[in-house]
Design a protein around this ligand. Structure first.
Ligand code: PMP
Length: 364
């Protein structure tokens, strides 16, 4: 008897590798490997989550009406043009599942978010990987890769794992150059870390254009990664199609309550953004001052550090882990020479720099 055969394109998927929270020998370490908020969860969100725990016997509201209303009020978007999923990861999968299949092509940049390739292959579509421009998104390279089989373009802004950012003009130029039959997914997982003047215009594009989907998450600045709350905004046609394949009860009761409360804590968000801006800039300056190391300019809550000298990224990763810091070494994503490091607390950033400085000196 033969065992069930997975679809051949499924076996072509390299499983997602999450950021580590322990060392190889199981020690608990400071986690600077998954771009989470070092200040934890807003108090009001924790309280709302615990209160919601009084009624675990009921299914959550499948329509997520309260959270959609809160998002609509907060962002000025229409509540009936929202899709949601267990993390924005799921919203990305829903986009691929709704608009692409075998024989279709989906474009993403070479140093892009790992889930794009998984979401593409999962539906049997073909990933088309385009070159970067010094680690940043190259709009011309994306436009040059479009064929009549292209169904989706995935762009994260800021991008992960590079932290690079495309301006509003660049995003508008990308959209203007795409056929209307191609869905442009603008993944804004890190958008709350941008300064207001860096708005890339994604929500406005999604409001006015029939082929733009914006995705957002509560996992980063809102400090709710464990609760898996992601959402998307697009035209009624796009959203209506995506709703047909979403899981009926994407959010738990606690997740919805916590997200609504987190949305209301403007001070927590502003404080997180201020801290991130200050210590990202401090950290990048220190990295650029170390011989052989370079910080890719970042607008997110992490920095991609490149190693071109005697000290390798792998050796730096190992030394940081030994010192109690998990960072993200990404050889599987074509970055054996890079470490992605989340901006943590002041004390954490100072110690990371001390460890790297000592390792650079030791390596000579
Ligand atoms: N997009 C990007 C660019 C990300 O970096 C991440 C998180 N690593 C996500 C989407 C997904 O986040 P979540 O599923 O937690 O919403």
């Amino acid at each position: 008897m033969t065992a069930p055969a997975p679809k051949p394109w499924i076996m072509g998927i390299a499983p997602y590798v999450p950021g580590r929270s322990t060392s190889e020998d199981g020690r608990k370490v400071v986690k600077l490997s998954s771009n989470e908020n070092p200040f934890g969860t807003p108090d009001a969100a924790r309280t709302a989550y615990c209160d919601a725990g009084q009624h675990l016997e009921r299914y959550p509201d499948a329509a997520a009406a309260d959270l959609r209303a809160a998002l609509a009020a907060h962002y000025g978007v229409e509540a009936d043009r929202l899709i949601y999923g267990t993390g924005s990861d799921e919203v990305l999968h829903l986009a691929a599942g709704t608009f692409a299949g075998a024989g279709d092509e989906i474009i993403h940049v070479r140093y892009g978010f790992a889930v794009y390739e998984i979401a593409t292959r999962r539906v049997g579509a073909t990933p088309v990987v385009v070159p970067d421009r010094d680690y940043a998104t190259d709009v011309d390279a994306i436009l040059a890769a479009v064929t009549d089989r292209t169904r989706i373009v995935f762009v994260a802004n800021p991008n992960n794992p590079t932290g690079t950012y495309s301006s509003k003009d660049e995003i508008a130029r990308l959209h203007a150059g795409l056929p209307r039959s191609v869905l442009l997914v603008l993944d804004q997982a890190y958008t709350e870390y941008l300064e207001p003047e860096d708005d890339d215009g994604a929500l406005a594009l999604a409001r006015s254009q029939p082929n733009v989907l914006v995705t957002r998450t509560f996992s980063k600045i809102f400090g709710l990664a464990s609760e898996r709350v992601g959402w998307g905004y697009a035209s009624p046609e796009i959203i209506g199609a995506m709703h047909r394949i979403r899981a009926p009860f994407a959010f738990s009761i606690g997740a919805q309550a916590a997200a609504i409360a987190a949305l209301g804590d403007a001070e927590f968000v502003a404080h997180s953004r201020r801290h991130n801006r200050e210590w990202r800039s401090w950290f990048a300056d220190r990295i650029d001052a170390l011989p052989g190391l370079r910080a890719v300019p970042s607008k997110a809550n992490f920095v991609l550090v490149l190693f071109a000298g005697t000290l390798t990224a792998e050796a730096a990763y190992t030394a940081l882990m030994a010192a109690g810091y998990a960072t993200r070494w990404l050889p599987g994503q074509g970055l054996p020479h890079g470490l992605r490091i989340t901006i943590g607390t002041e004390a954490e950033m100072r110690e990371v720099v001390d460890v790297l400085r000592a390792e650079v000196e030791r390596a000579g």
